[in-house]
Design a protein around this ligand. Structure first.
Ligand code: GDP
Length: 299
């Protein structure tokens, strides 16, 4: 909670300042409500949520004075309501070996780092982990995954740059099965510059996995960078279409002013949010908790 509220400072302080400025010794009227709604939209919470919060603030208080703290409390409450349904843990079925997790997201979102952090968590839970370096397009991505694998004690299945990603995923699946591995995490490419190529490649990876077992991949996690703000919405749409996303991980919530985007995502898509990234270190991945996040946003 400490790290989260610290990391969310930039998101919360601009919102909190707006609330203080708007409601100090001022009556709640049409103008203040409109300004509040604007401030909430600017904080990336989304128009629908901004309207809902504004309505909740105004209910029964029109033409009266309202303390900034009271507004912040209502804000936290409404944000928590929006997030409550999506704050869901990632449950690994230990009887399914391997439990296959496909990681998707655009380059730079924090996929590789998140794979490392997740592996660490699973290892701490006593699960064996294998990694597949499925971003075969970028040599650096393959190398980086190997470094993470070494650090967290997870073997990495890799092929030379330019190899077929689906073939690699299939080989990794065979190896994980043979080794009795609990969790197989498959990295994928995320080069948005070539959407058609990306789509074809991801679809092929999914198809190959499903040939092994229609239930695979058991989870498809989309990694989103909080700092891209509203762009996250179109990334969800794209990857949902290509890969059928089952859950989200939002990274870089430390130090961004755009953490409110998580609320807009929850309201729009209702996809489970499993984890949030709050730093570059191996332990900087937190299970997503609606109340903590709501409190951190409201300041
Ligand atoms: P990928 O291209 O999606 O695999 O992205 P990477 O995992 O290589 O991450 C891109 C950059 O973002 C790296 O410098 C990471 O250290 C950094 N990064 C990833 N997650 C977080 C996070 O939660 N917070 C911060 N501050 N940086 C992060």
């Amino acid at each position: 909670w400490q790290r989260l509220s610290q990391g969310m400072k930039r998101t919360s302080s601009s919102l909190s300042d707006s609330v203080t400025g708007l409601f100090t010794k001022r009556k709640l009227d049409h103008a203040t409500l409109e300004e509040l709604e604007d401030a909430l939209v600017r904080a990336d919470l989304g128009v629908a949520t901004a309207m809902r919060i504004t309505e909740a603030v105004s209910a029964g208080r029109y033409d009266k004075e309202i303390a900034p703290d009271e507004v912040r409390a209502i804000l936290a409450q409404e944000v928590e309501k929006t997030l409550a349904g999506v704050a869901l843990p990632l449950v690994i079925d230990r009887s399914t070996k391997p439990y296959v997790i496909l990681m998707v997201g655009v380059n730079g979102a924090g996929k590789t780092t998140t794979i490392g952090k997740l592996s660490q968590k699973f290892r701490q839970q006593g699960l064996s982990v294998m990694l597949a370096a499925g971003d075969t397009f970028r040599a650096a991505a393959i190398e980086q995954l190997k470094v993470w694998g070494e650090r967290v004690g997870a073997p990495v299945i890799a092929r030379p740059q330019g190899s077929d990603a689906a073939g690699l995923a299939f080989d990794a699946l065979v190896e994980a099965k043979a080794a009795g591995t609990d969790v197989l995490i498959i990295d994928t490419a995320g080069r948005l510059q070539n959407k058609a190529g990306l789509m074809a490649e991801l679809e092929k990876v999914v198809r190959v996995l499903k040939k092994g077992d229609p239930a695979m991949p058991h989870a498809t996690l989309l990694v989103l960078d909080a700092t891209v703000g509203q762009n996250a919405l179109s990334q969800v749409e794209l990857f949902q279409k290509i890969a059928g996303v089952t859950g989200l991980v939002m990274t870089k919530l430390d130090g961004t002013a755009r953490g409110g985007i998580l609320v807009a995502l929850a309201a729009k898509f209702g996809l489970p949010v499993h984890f949030i990234g709050v730093g570059e270190g191996v332990e900087d991945l937190e299970p997503f908790a609606a109340r903590d996040f709501a409190r951190a946003i409201a300041g």
